[in-house]
Design a protein around this ligand. Structure first.
Ligand code: SF4
Ligand code: SF4
Length: 78
């Protein structure tokens, strides 16, 4: 289960997460950053780096944010 970026990233995009990701699987998705689900190794390093707490393990994404699981996957054609 990959990590997923949710709505608080929209308009923030400060890239703190991209600086700590060891596999560089976080990409500019336009209005927000998105994590490639097949490249993420679930290390968790990006979670505390995010100043707006936008990143969750997929199984822990809050109910109101589950559309972002689909958005993350769809961006990469998955
Ligand atoms: S959990 Fe690790 S591998 Fe996945 S996006 Fe975050 S920093 Fe990158
Ligand atoms: S650290 Fe958080 S707000 Fe910044 S780009 Fe990453 S997910 Fe978006």
């Amino acid at each position: 289960m990959p990590h997923v970026i949710t709505s608080p990233c929209i308009g923030v995009k400060d890239q703190s997460c991209t600086e700590v990701c060891p596999v560089e699987c976080i990409y500019d998705g336009g209005d927000m950053y998105l994590i490639h689900p097949d490249e993420c190794i679930d290390c968790g390093a990006c979670v505390p780096a995010c100043p707006v707490s936008a990143i969750f393990p997929e199984e822990d994404v809050p109910g109101a944010e589950t559309e972002f699981i689909v958005k993350n996957r769809a961006f990469f054609g998955l």
